[in-house]
Ligand binder design. Structure first.
Ligand code: SAH
Ligand code: SF4
Length: 348
C-alpha cells in the first residue's frame, strides 16, 4: 500500500513489520503530510535507516497526480485542476477562496452511480471508487498550489467534487482520518464537509463515527414523486428514510445538518415547494443551502431569476428555516456545483 494512503497507526505498523522502530512513524508522517515531501528519502533530517528503507521501497510516497488541464476563473479565485490518476482516471479538483480561507473541493469517485439528471458527474455514469491515496493526493496537490501561489494553506475541505462520498465510505472516511490528523495536514474536522445525495446506510454509519464532520444532505424535492424525477436513487432511499436517518444523525451527534436544494425553475422553486421543505425539516436543527442550477450538457432546466431565488428564501425564512444562497463560483470555468466531469468522458 502506498505510504500517503496509510493512517499514522498503519504507517507505524508498516515500519515495524519491516523491522524498523515505531519511533520513525512521526518524522515520516510529518515528511509525507506536513512538509509534503515528494522525495522524503532525500531529506537530511530523516534518519539514515529510514531513508535507506524508503530508497529500497523505490522512494515514491504514493500516487502523484499529473496535471492534464488547469483553468482559472476570470477573477482568478477559483481554479479547476483536471488531474490524471492511475489507469487513465481523470478527476477534477477545485480550489476556491481567498487568503486565509482556501477551500479544496475534492472528488471521491470517477463518475457517479446516483444518476441525478441535472449533474454532469451523474450524466457520465460510474467508473470506479477512488482509493484513499488518490483522495489524499488531491488535497496534497492543491495544498502545494496554495503554498506556492499564495504562501497560504488549505483551511477547508469539501467532499463535493465528483462522486457520492458515502458510496465510497471506506475510501472517503479513511482519507479524512489522514487529512485531519494533527500530526499531518491537520485540517480541523469542523472544517470538513461531506455532501451526500442521501445515502441512508452511509449517514447512519457516519452518525456512529467519532469525528464530527459537517454533513450536507442533498434533497432537491419535497415529495417522493418530485424527487424521484430528478434524483433517481430516491427509489432506493426515499425521502422518509433519508429524513429519519438525518434525525438519528442529529440526535446522536447533536449537530446541525445542512440540506442542499438545487433550484430549478418551474421544477422545485415554487412557494409551495418552500413551505413543504420547511415542513419536512421541522424539528431538525437544519440549515438550507440553496444552489441555483448550473448549466450542464444533458439537462435543459434553467435556474430561477434572482427574484425567484430571493422569494424562495423569504418563504423559508417565514417558516422559520434558515438558509444561504451558495455563491456562484467558477461557473465560467465549469467548476461550479454539478459541472464536474472529466475530459475523457466528454470525448468518449
Ligand atoms: N454526491 C454528493 C456530492 C457531490 S455533488 C451530493 O450529491 O451531495 C455536490 C452538490 O452539487 C450537491 O448538492 C448536488 O446536488 C449539487 N449539484 C449537482 N449538479 C448541480 C447543478 N447542475 N447545479 C447546481 N448544483 C448541482
Ligand atoms: Fe452523484 Fe451528487 Fe451528482 Fe447526484 S449530484 S449524480 S449524487 S455527484
Amino acid at each position: 500500500m502506498s505510504l500517503i494512503g496509510q493512517s499514522f497507526e498503519q504507517l507505524e505498523e508498516t515500519l515495524v513489520a519491516d523491522g524498523l522502530s515505531r519511533a520513525h512513524g512521526l518524522p515520516l508522517f510529518k515528511a509525507l503530510h506536513q512538509d509534503l515531501e515528494s522525495a522524503p528519502e532525500e531529506r537530511e533530517s530523516l534518519s539514515p535507516p529510514l531513508r535507506r528503507w524508503l530508497r529500497n521501497r523505490g522512494g515514491a510516497p504514493g500516487c502523484a497526480p499529473r496535471l492534464s488541464e488547469e483553468t482559472a476563473s476570470e477573477d482568478g479565485w477559483t481554479r479547476k485542476y483536471l488531474l490524471e490518476l492511475k489507469g487513465q482516471t481523470e478527476v477534477e479538483v477545485v480550489l476556491m477562496g481567498f487568503p486565509g480561507r482556501f477551500t479544496a473541493c475534492i472528488s471521491t469517485q470517477e463518475g457517479c452511480a446516483m444518476g441525478c439528471v441535472f449533474c454532469a458527474t451523474g450524466q457520465m455514469g460510474f467508473r470506479r471508487h477512488l482509493s484513499v491515496e488518490e483522495i489524499v493526493a488531491q488535497v496534497h496537490y492543491v495544498e502545494r498550489e496554495v503554498r506556492r501561489r499564495h504562501d497560504d494553506r488549505i483551511r477547508n475541505i469539501v467532499l463535493m467534487g465528483m462522486g457520492e462520498p458515502l458510496h465510497n465510505f471506506e475510501g472517503s472516511i479513511h482519507a479524512l482520518e489522514i487529512l485531519t490528523d494533527t500530526r499531518g495536514l491537520n485540517i480541523g474536522p469542523q472544517r470538513v464537509t461531506i455532501s451526500t445525495v442521501g445515502h441512508v446506510p452511509g449517514i447512519l454509519r457516519l452518525a456512529r463515527h467519532p469525528k464530527r464532520y459537517n454533513l450536507v444532505v442533498s434533497l432537491h424535492g419535497s415529495t417522493d414523486e418530485e424527487r424521484q424525477a430528478i434524483v433517481p436513487v430516491n427509489r432506493k432511499w426515499p425521502l422518509g428514510e433519508v429524513l429519519e436517518a438525518c434525525r438519528e444523525y442529529g440526535s446522536l451527534k447533536k449537530q446541525r445538518i445542512f440540506f442542499a436544494w438545487t433550484l430549478i425553475e418551474g421544477v422545485n422553486d415554487s412557494m409551495a415547494h418552500a413551505r413543504r421543505l420547511a415542513e419536512l425539516l421541522e424539528g431538525l436543527d437544519a440549515h438550507v443551502n440553496l444552489i441555483p442550477l448550473n448549466p450542464t450538457d444533458q439537462f435543459s432546466g434553467e435556474q430561477p431569476g434572482q427574484e425567484g431565488v430571493a422569494a424562495f428564501q423569504k418563504e423559508l425564512r417565514k417558516a422559520g428555516l434558515p438558509s444561504t444562497v451558495r455563491q456562484r463560483r467558477g461557473i465560467d470555468v465549469a467548476a461550479g456545483c454539478g459541472q464536474l466531469r472529466s475530459r475523457a468522458s466528454c470525448s468518449g
